[in-house]
Every structure is written in C-alpha cells, then in structure tokens.
Design a protein around this ligand. Structure first.
Ligand code: PNS
Length: 165
C-alpha cells in the first residue's frame, strides 16, 4: 500500500489543491492531507474548520484522509509509515523554496521522497493568501475554491464586518 502525505496550511483549501489531490489520488493508494498547526502564522480559519473544508471539498475522492499535525513533517510521515510527500509547483519561485524543503526533509528522514506536481495552468496564480485577500475585500472567488469554502469565506467576511463596527 503506497501512502503519501500532502502537507500544507490550507487556509483555506483552493481548487488548485483539490486538482492536485484528484490527480495524485489516482497514483497512490491512500493520501493523508496533513494540515499544519503553525503558531507563527495568523490563520483565518481554525484548524478544525480547515480540516472540515478539505473533507467536504474532497468527498468525491475515496482514498483521502485529513489530519492535523504540529512539529516536524518528517516525524509525522514516520508515525504514519508514509515515505512520500506531495507538493504542488506553480512557478520557479515555488521550486526554489520547495527544493530546499525537500532536501531538509530528506536529511531528517532519508527514506522520504518529495513528488512535485505541476499545477494546472488555470491555477498557477491561485494561492490561499490571494484568495483570502480578495474574498475579504468582497471579490468573487467562486471559480477558484470549492463551494463550501466560498460559503466559509462569506461567513468570515460577515463576522469581520460585524466586529469592526
Ligand atoms: O502550505 P504551506 O504553508 O506552504 O506548507 C508548508 C509546510 C506545512 C509543508 C511546511 O511549513 C512544513 O513542513 N512544516 C512543518 C515543520 C517542518 O517539518 N519543517 C522542516 C521542513 S523544512
């Protein structure tokens, strides 16, 4: 059984992430989406909300599990008996950061290999931070995120607007 881990902040999950999961779910027996608990990053969605949004956005795929993790990604892979990390690549800028991260993970746990999937051309400009900024300023991001995420963003906008009054 080949188990791969797709780690990230997923704040929130986008159609770019979903596209990568659809494509890699045909390659691996099981994919664990690992949502990082990063104390240094101010997230819009809580960890539980992010997990629920990914579960809802991937319910058409039958070999996806979603979990949270903190600490080292390499330790998470060891604990789950997985040795493949999936990461998406949108640009050469992504590659520079991603290749360093993959080398660090390999140093920490030599059995790990990182598989890079080139983003679909329609999502190369899509990032969770861009989605959040556009949505919180009232922009329409409906073609870039699952419907459940669009609804979640609208709810966050209402909450933020109420709080600032
Ligand atoms: O979606 P992101 O924020 O680009 O994902 C980055 C992530 C979560 C993959 C990365 O920050 C990570 O692996 N964090 C866990 C800590 C760790 O293992 N660091 C060492 C590898 S460089």
């Amino acid at each position: 059984m080949t188990v791969a881990v797709y780690p990230g902040s997923f704040d929130p999950v986008t159609n770019g992430h979903i596209d990568i999961l659809e494509r890699t779910s045909r390659i691996f027996d099981k994919i664990i989406v690992a949502v990082v608990h990063n104390v240094t990053k101010q997230a819009l969605f809580t960890l539980d909300e992010r997990v629920d949004l990914i579960k809802e956005g991937t319910k058409h795929l039958n070999n996806i599990e979603v979990e949270c993790f903190n600490g080292l990604l390499a330790d998470f892979l060891k604990a789950r008996k997985a040795n493949v990390i999936i990461r998406g690549l949108r640009s050469i800028t992504d590659f520079e950061y991603e290749s360093q991260m993959s080398m660090m993970n390999k140093k920490l746990f030599p059995e790990i290999d990182t598989i890079f999937i080139v983003s679909d051309s329609q999502y190369t400009f899509v990032s969770s931070s861009g989605i959040k900024e556009a949505a919180m300023l009232g922009g329409n991001v409906s073609s870039l995120v699952p419907a459940v995420v669009e609804k979640g963003l609208q709810e966050k906008l209402i909450q933020l607007t109420k709080r600032s009054k």
